[in-house]
Design a protein around this ligand. Structure first.
Ligand SMILES: [Zn+2]
Length: 77
């Protein structure tokens, strides 16, 4: 197992970490409903992915009845 030869100082650590940059996540728009969504994921609003509806029950349905959905999850566990 590789072991560091010497302790890295705060300055070196800072120089190395200065290249870490936060990137904006790629946002796409759903072709079905136009809502913003992440690439290669199904739409959280309408459950649409690759020209077909994958998920019938969408997040919009969960928002209408938050109490019933939470009860369902507790019963499932
Ligand atoms: Zn959609």
């Amino acid at each position: 197992m590789p072991v560091p030869k010497k302790r890295v100082g705060h300055s070196c650590q800072g120089h190395r970490r200065s290249n870490w940059k936060a990137t904006i996540p790629a946002i796409n728009f759903c072709p079905n409903c136009g809502a913003p969504k992440h690439l290669h994921t199904l739409c959280g609003t309408c459950g649409f992915y690759k020209d077909r509806i994958v998920l019938e029950r969408s997040i919009a349905d969960d928002l209408d009845e938050p109490e019933t959905s939470s009860e369902e999850t507790t019963q499932a566990e």
